[in-house]
Write a protein that binds this ligand. Structure first.
Ligand code: UTP
Length: 464
């Protein structure tokens, strides 16, 4: 091993790789050297050293509840403004899809998961159809940025390519890849190896979006195309109303640099990020960082003091992103204990039964306090948030399917359509090309429309 690298490994407490060094072939050795060179060893050692220090929270006395705009406020004007911005080409869409889906336990990117209740379209197809429908309405190809990670990139690109981009133009879909961070041993901080010659590297969190956008030169590219606002969402939420014009309209009319949709928390310990306000700025405390005492705090009327949850649906001004990106490498890393299979110094495979490693992730919302002008707009969980996280139980394929069926039935009811009585939620699917919301559905359905479950409503279905 090169002497300077050996020295740096030893001085940052990473000598652990050295015992297995001699067991590697010359080709493997140079590959490992390259991987280790790319890691800021000192920075990593520093993160590990601070692992037991809880994430810095603001002074509790300074925390106030956040103001939330009801989405129906000035509804018509907001919608008009949003539609106008889409038609003028001022909006791009960004989906983050770099996560490893480890809780779901899939070997494919989560976006390939069949999610719709009847046609079993994948998350990637469902989101793409929404972007396609919006593009048709706006009469322009809305840029669709997809952030992948080394763990998901190739399979994601292959999936889109082999399905003809689900009807989108190839040039409209822009893939870019986020960075990684090594995982380290829970007790010693030693870098873990996935294979003898491969460092275990995991995506650096959705906060990695900023560095990745900057590296790929995408912010300048979008700006030069006249894009002013970037709509952000996560691949694992089938209910998300992509680039909702009302949300865009509110964002524009409030001259907001950063807007977020928010939902009411179900319970003090609901597994959602928590919106708070400190010194007039907006901030999110991740549920795992929220002290129980603060989570349980009540207002005079008995409701939760911190009751505003984050479904991860945001709208950023490109100028704001450009501003914060000049220093995005300064975003903090959050540490999480995870189970990481790896090889030990004797090159034996270790499959841990309990958490054995630290992973490091940046969170996109750590830029929120940098916004001087921000806006939170209410939405309802049942209308816009049903994340796919786990293989079973909460936030699973089953709950995501149920949430879609319930929402579509709600649309039918809002559209004034009578539904036959049922004891368990029936199967129903309304494709984005048919209707994107209850109002559109009501325009589309004939007066005498008879519902028969299972019900599939779609326009000119295409095979991809
Ligand atoms: P999560 O952390 O909730 O889910 O990410 P995950 O990473 O897909 O699955 P687990 O945690 O391994 O079980 C929420 C969203 O953020 C994206 C994910 O793709 C998902 O859309 N994400 C997460 C990234 O794009 N990059 C990351 O590094 C982490």
């Amino acid at each position: 091993m090169r002497q300077d690298l050996r020295q740096r490994l030893l001085s940052s407490n990473q000598g652990g790789i050295l015992p297995h060094w001699d067991k590697l072939s010359p080709h493997e050795q140079s590959s490992v050297e390259r991987q280790l060179e790319a890691i800021d060893l000192e920075y990593l050692a520093n993160l590990f050293a601070k692992r037991t220090i809880p994430f810095a929270l603001p002074d509790i006395e300074k925390i106030t509840a956040v103001p939330v705009l009801h989405s129906t406020t000035n509804f018509t004007e907001a919608k008009k403004e949003g539609i106008n911005a889409l038609a003028k080409g001022e909006v791009a869409i960004l989906m983050v899809a770099g996560g490893q889906g480890s809780r779901l336990g899939t070997l494919q990117p989560k976006g390939t998961w069949p999610i719709t209740p009847i046609t079993q379209k994948s998350l990637f197809q469902l989101h793409s159809e929404k972007v396609l429908t919006l593009s048709k309405k706006a009469n322009r190809d809305i840029p669709f940025l997809i952030m992948t990670s080394p763990a998901t990139h190739d399979q994601t690109v292959t999936f889109f390519t082999s399905h003809a981009f689900f009807g989108l133009k190839k040039e409209q879909v822009i893939f870019f890849t986020q960075g990684t961070m090594p995982a380290v041993d829970l007790n010693t901080g030693a870098i873990l190896f996935e294979e003898p010659a491969k460092v275990f590297a995991s995506p650096d969190g959705h906060g990695g979006t900023l560095t990745a956008l900057k590296k790929a030169g995408l912010l300048e590219q979008l700006k030069s195309q006249g894009i002013k606002h970037l709509f952000f969402f996560q691949v694992d939420n089938p209910l998300v109303q992509i680039a909702d014009p009302i949300f865009i309209g509110h964002h524009i009319s409030h001259r907001s640099q950063l807007s977020s949709k928010v939902i009411l928390k179900d319970s003090p310990t609901d597994k959602l990020g928590n919106f708070i306000q400190v010194n007039g700025r907006c901030q999110i405390i991740e549920y795992s960082d929220l002290p129980l005492e603060l989570a349980n705090r009540k207002k005079h009327d008995g409701s939760l003091f911190i009751d505003t949850g984050n479904p991860a649906i945001h709208l950023f001004d490109i100028d704001f992103l450009n501003l914060v990106c000049s220093n995005c490498d300064a975003l903090p890393f959050h540490l999480a204990r995870k189970k990481v299979s790896h090889v030990d110094a004797n090159l034996n495979k270790v499959v841990p039964e309990k958490e054995n490693a630290w992973k490091f992730e940046r969170f996109i919302f750590d830029i929120f306090p940098l916004a001087e002008r921000w806006l939170l707009v209410s939405t309802k969980r049942e209308e816009e948030f049903a994340p796919l996280k786990n293989a079973q139980g909460d936030d699973s394929p089953e709950t995501a399917k149920l949430a879609q069926c319930k929402l579509f039935i709600q649309w039918l009811e809002k559209a004034g359509v009578k539904t036959p009585a049922y004891s368990t939620t029936p199967e129903i699917e309304i494709c984005p090309s048919f209707a994107m919301d209850a109002a559109e559905l009501s325009q589309k359905l004939p007066n005498n429309f008879q519902v028969k479950f299972p019900l599939l409503l779609q326009d000119n279905p295409k095979e991809f």
